[in-house]
Ligand binder design. Sequence first.
Ligand SMILES: Nc1ncnc2c1ncn2[C@@H]1O[C@H](COP(=O)(O)OP(=O)(O)O)[C@@H](O)[C@H]1O
Ligand SMILES: [Mg+2]
Length: 231
Amino acid sequence: MLKIENLNQYYGSSHTLRDVCIEAPAGAVTAVLGRNGMGKTSLLRCLMGLLPARSGRIVFDGEDITAMKPHQRARRGIAIVPQGREIFPRLSVEENLKIAMAATRQKERSVPDWVYETFPILRKFVARRGGDLSGGQQQQLAIARALVTRPRLLILDEPTEGIQPNVIQDIERVIGGLAAQRSMAILLVEQYYDFAQSLADRYYVLQRGAVVRAGRGVDMNADGVKRLLAV
Ligand SMILES: Nc1ncnc2c1ncn2[C@@H]1O[C@H](COP(=O)(O)OP(=O)(O)O)[C@@H](O)[C@H]1O
Ligand SMILES: [Mg+2]
């Protein structure tokens, strides 16, 4: 589904991504792990077309998308839940969802029922302003907003960041439920080891912009991934 081949990226003279090779197949959760500042978000910005790659290729469903504009990638079915969520705080839950739907030129006018079935809390607070939701509820809204575009590749950038421990379980259940459908490719960027470990089918560890370890999710403990994430 997604294939990143020898991707290099720079901010000015600073070499941020170094020959990164990552594959994220359909129906699996691929975790990209790394501490702060290791290049995770930069990688995702390259994937979304928000940052130019210096060299390398990004292939999605066999098509080279390396030079495509962000909206072209979105139309091909790539959606991101950004770091920090970036919902519209002054708009209602429903308006936040409808804006995302409008952007994909779907025919549906109202928010489909499956959204509220997946996220009952959003039905309850449908008229509440995004900014008045708790962090965990905002995260669910951000995930729902990505899902209404019906992505084939769902990217999440540190979904547990700033979320209370008891709510992290809710987020884990949601992502686990999506993963269990085995239809989308899910690219989960995290630095919270336990969370990533419980969801990942495959993993990659980024250090200073390079992949330093990769393998199967079930081998993360044996591979000593936790130590690589320790500060
Ligand atoms: N807009 C930018 N301009 C210059 N350097 C940046 C910019 N954004 C991030 N960086 C640097 O690039 C490196 C990787 O950052 P980032 O991709 O945000 O890491 P992560 O998401 O893993 O925390 C860091 O050293 C960071 O300081
Ligand atoms: Mg980041």
